[in-house]
Ligand binder design. Structure first.
Ligand SMILES: CC(C)(COP(=O)(O)OP(=O)(O)OC[C@H]1O[C@@H](n2cnc3c(N)ncnc32)[C@H](O)[C@@H]1OP(=O)(O)O)[C@@H](O)C(=O)NCCC(=O)NCCS
Length: 124
């Protein structure tokens, strides 16, 4: 059954400002090594950083306790298969909390804004 849904919209400008203000400190706090590698491999890295940021926020909403449960940004890691389809690998507290569930995510890019949706399916 569906046990949670979350959505988030991120303005590219906001992510660019954070990267400019805090640089590597911001990037390394929020994103895993593979997420950083993926975003930096693309022509428009801020779009891909923003997409991953939006997924993390969307998953936190789908969990409904948000980030208040001692979760870390890097506990939700976005990976892409060969077709480009995104999925999430869970770590730490989020993985424990979502034991027995599957998380589905989708990302959409436009020039200035990124949106992400997350759906949690609980196996019964
Ligand atoms: C899936 C598809 C409709 C996405 O269209 P798009 O206009 O590039 O999508 P948007 O710009 O709105 O969003 C980009 C996001 O779509 C997602 N996406 C890309 N390919 C996807 C796929 N096959 N299935 C689901 N989501 C996909 C990614 O999360 C991507 O963001 P990210 O790279 O930061 O993770 C289009 O790429 C397509 O038809 N692909 C068919 C498969 C294909 O040709 N793959 C090429 C590599 S083999």
């Amino acid at each position: 059954m569906i046990s949670g849904i979350g959505i988030d919209v991120v303005e590219i400008q906001r992510v660019n400002e954070m990267i400019q203000r805090y640089g590597n400190r911001f990037i390394k706090k929020i994103f895993t090594e593979s997420e950083i590698e993926y975003a930096l491999s693309k022509a428009s890295s801020p779009h891909h950083f923003a997409g991953r940021f939006a997924v993390k926020e969307a998953v936190s909403k789908a969990i409904s306790t948000g980030w208040s449960g001692g979760f870390r940004w890097k506990d939700v890691e976005v990976t892409n298969d060969d077709s480009g389809k995104p999925s999430v690998q869970l770590h730490g507290h989020v993985k424990e909390l979502l034991q027995g569930s599957t998380v589905f995510v989708s990302i959409s890019h436009s020039e200035n804004v990124i949106a992400a949706v997350a759906i949690i399916e609980k196996r019964i």
